[in-house]
Design a protein around this ligand. Structure first.
Ligand code: ADP
Ligand code: MG
Length: 269
């Protein structure tokens, strides 16, 4: 899909040409375990990047670095033109001030494999919570917006349901609405459909597809290759902490250049 790429076109000032995410030789170690090795990649505004690869290849860690939940051990990582961290061989050269990091985190939406909605709140209350508590939006305003967002994910009729009375697919759609309520500039999805029964996967992918078409910048860790083929602008295949192959998803999926990519795809396709 290329129609949503128009929002990435530079404005007269050129400001929009700044990538949303820029990783330059990013490495990350936990003790002696180097789980990201020299990762360099760019996510442009309005772009959808699908990150695929076997379990343990470092996909979640990469998302966590972008979302300020982990620090890079080496290399430079920038989000929306702002340097988050810059280290050389573990030595700190620059790190974003915690206040600025907290501010930036509010602009990054994240959806996990497990829906982790607040169980004691209705769908509507879940979606209202962060704007009211974190942004100081009035309850009336947050409520109106939450109704809008629930309608957008196809759950207008379920606003007053508690999570326990929603299916996994519905809960995940509430989780997406909840993330959107903060007006994020970037959405990170970490295997958002992996915990769902197969018949519920499609409704969540459809919501994500619509979000992509609306121009949202997204990084999606997924094993759903149909989604990647149809929606992603770029497919990145990671294995063992390195980017093995990257390119147009249709080309990578139809004609993987590397043996490791072929081996992985033969298991998930
Ligand atoms: P993926 O999401 O591709 O399955 P992860 O990023 O979760 O991979 O994990 C990559 C590697 O990093 C794994 O070997 C995992 O055990 C290790 N790892 C992840 N988080 C931590 C942590 N907080 N402390 C130590 N090791 C970790
Ligand atoms: Mg993971």
């Amino acid at each position: 899909m290329t129609d949503h790429a128009t929002s990435a076109e530079p404005t007269a000032t050129g400001a929009d040409a700044t990538p949303m995410v820029l990783a330059e030789s990013v490495s990350k170690s936990f003790g002696s375990n180097e789980v990201l090795k020299d990762i360099s990649l760019e996510v442009k505004r309005g772009e959808v990047l699908c990150l695929v690869g076997p379990s343990g290849s470092g996909k979640s860690t990469f998302l966590r670095c972008i979302n300020h939940l982990e620090r890079v051990s080496s290399g430079r990582l920038s989000v929306d033109g702002q340097l988050v961290g810059y280290r050389d061989g573990g030595e700190k050269i620059y790190e974003m001030h915690p206040k600025d990091a907290a501010k930036q985190r509010r602009d990054i939406g994240m959806v996990f494999q497990r829906f982790n909605l607040f169980p004691h709140m209705t769908a509507l209350e879940n979606v209202m919570e962060a704007p009211v508590q974190v942004k100081g939006v009035s309850k009336a305003q947050a409520k109106a917006r939450a109704h809008e967002l629930l309608a957008r994910v196809g759950l207008a009729e379920r606003a007053d349901y508690y999570p326990a009375h929603l299916s996994g697919g519905q809960q995940q759609r509430v989780a997406i609405a909840r993330a959107l309520a903060m007006d994020p500039k970037l959405m990170l999805f970490d295997e958002p459909t992996s915990a769902l029964d197969p018949e519920l996967v499609g409704e969540v992918l459809d919501v994500m597809k619509n979000l992509a078409a609306s121009g949202m910048t997204m990084i999606v860790v997924t094993h759903e290759m149909g989604f990647a083929r149809e929606v992603a602008d770029t497919l990145v295949f990671m294995d063992g902490g390195v980017v093995v192959e990257t390119g147009d998803p249709r080309e990578v999926l139809a004609n993987p250049q590397r043996e490791r990519t072929r081996a992985f795809l033969s298991k998930v396709l």
